[in-house]
Design a protein around this ligand. Structure first.
Ligand SMILES: [Zn+2]
Length: 298
């Protein structure tokens, strides 16, 4: 749930002129050769899209364009693939984007049409309508929900805390319930979008799956912190790690949010973490070391 820098769109006119042409496919005439005036009309729709910050409207469906031109723009989308005529559109969108901007769990592998190309055909090739997302987020995003999701290029997320997590420890397992804070200082439309995508993309379930795997990596660190500093040591360790991960990701990424919540969870810091993350293997390693020292002494 973070913003991405908008990729360059300086090639928009060239791109349209490059991929829109008449061609023969198995004896059938396909494609469309637009006039300069028609290209201008498509670019005007791009401008409308920018002015509306990517929110849907009928004007963005290209009602003034020839239906054959709208169809040709949509069908030209594969030209953004590696073997197409305008691969830079895809390549620049993915540049320097390590994680999906919505979930922050997986790397982006697909370009999402923020407004779906099946409905908003003129925007099929528009760089600012193409957002890199992970497979899970893109797959769960339905065309009927156009405009309800956060736009990573346009919906500017202010530097305020809005993601939170409730923690409970049940039968030695950590149960996390992530949600968007209703009282966060966000504009109402932004808050609505954040809450909608949390539900629509089942983000809580997806975070929960990674939580336990992630915490295992901190088993030794937490046990050592407790050994040397008790519950204060555990709290300090978690807070320090939260600061590190806030810098590495951002304040509303599920990892620093989890670390801060655990730091504030008295029982967890006071020893319950040992039930969640038993250091059986660490004890075995320590035993082995002790045995080895004994053998060496003998
Ligand atoms: Zn994602």
């Amino acid at each position: 749930m973070k913003n991405l820098p908008r990729p360059p769109k300086t090639t928009a006119r060239d791109d349209l002129e490059t991929v829109l042409y008449i061609y023969n496919y198995k004896g059938e005439v396909r494609g469309y050769e637009p006039t300069d005036i028609e290209i201008d009309a498509i670019l005007a729709i791009y401008d409308l899209y920018d002015q509306a910050f990517g929110m849907p409207s009928d004007a963005l469906k290209g009602p003034g364009l020839a239906p054959a031109l709208n169809g040709a723009i949509r069908h030209a989308y594969p030209h953004t693939y590696e073997d197409g005529k305008i691969p830079h559109v895809r390549a620049t969108a993915f540049e320097n984007v390590d994680l999906c901007p919505i979930c922050g769990v997986d790397p982006p592998v697909e370009l999402d049409h923020h407004l779906p190309k099946a409905v908003f055909e003129p925007l099929s090739l528009y760089a600012w309508n193409l957002v890199p997302l992970c497979e899970a987020c893109n797959g769960a995003k339905l065309a009927k929900d156009a405009g309800k999701f956060l736009h990573a290029y346009f919906d500017i997320v202010p530097d305020v805390q809005f993601l939170r997590v409730e923690i409970s420890i049940e039968n030695g397992g950590l149960v996390t319930t992530y949600s968007v804070d209703d009282n966060a200082e966000l504009d109402a439309p932004l808050l609505t979008k954040l809450k909608f995508q949390m539900e629509a993309l089942s983000l809580n379930n997806r975070f929960q799956k990674d939580v336990n795997k992630y915490l295992v990596a901190h088993t030794t660190g937490l046990h050592m912190a407790a050994e040397f500093g008790g519950s204060v040591g555990v709290n300090y360790y978690l807070q320090k790690q939260a600061v590190v991960e806030t810098h590495a990701f951002h304040r509303n990424h599920w990892r620093p949010v989890l670390l801060n919540a655990l730091a504030n969870h008295g029982a967890f810091c006071n020893g319950e973490f040992k039930n969640v993350l038993p250091d059986g293997q660490a004890a075995a390693v320590a035993d082995n070391l002790a045995t080895k020292e004994l053998v060496e002494e003998i």
